[in-house]
Design a protein around this ligand. Structure first.
Ligand code: HEC
Length: 141
């Protein structure tokens, strides 16, 4: 009898634990500037549906070509990106302007996401010869 009354409470408690774990899953960006840390959170909420980047647990890029969808964006574990190019992509909707929406982030958030991504993109890039100009100091990166 007691168990029957307690069971719903136990279920609610268990669900809360699972949900709490989901929210913080995978973002291992710590000890960085405030701008970069905010950028990492913005990336999780606004970009992870279409782009992969393991430092924040994002898996939005296509896992394989055969199951790719049109909205799957580049995998940022493998592709290095420079600050200025990221700003361009955010303002114009990717490099082509065809699929990624423009202005997903605006104003200061744009600089925070760019500072974050310029720092972390390309960590698994093989033989990358991309050399970026330094991220501007006022971007906080
Ligand atoms: C609806 C899916 C979608 C979302 C959301 C999205 N992107 Fe994209 N993104 C794409 C696609 C598809 C491309 C590749 C096509 C293109 O460049 O036009 C792309 C391209 C890019 C590029 C150019 C990369 C390259 O080397 O070609 C950058 C940088 C970028 N995205 C950053 C971001 C950031 C940062 C966010 C979050 C603020 C974001 N994207 C959100 C789909 C998306």
């Amino acid at each position: 009898m007691l168990l029957r009354r307690l069971l719903p409470l136990l279920l609610i408690a268990a669900t809360a634990v699972v949900l709490a774990a989901c929210g913080s899953q995978g973002n291992s960006v710590t000890g960085q500037s405030a701008a970069v840390e905010s950028g990492s959170k913005l990336f999780v909420s606004r970009c992870s549906g279409c782009h992969t980047l393991s430092v924040v647990g994002a898996e939005g890029s296509a896992a394989k070509v055969s199951s790719a969808q049109k909205t799957n964006g580049p995998n940022f574990n493998k592709r290095k990106e420079c600050y200025g190019n990221i700003l361009y992509a955010l303002r114009n909707g990717g490099f082509s302007g065809a699929i990624m929406p423009a202005n997903i982030v605006v104003g200061k958030e744009t600089e925070q996401v760019a500072a974050f991504l310029a720092k972390y993109a390309g960590s698994d890039a093989m033989n990358s010869t991309t050399k970026c100009p330094p991220t501007p100091a006022n971007a906080g990166g």
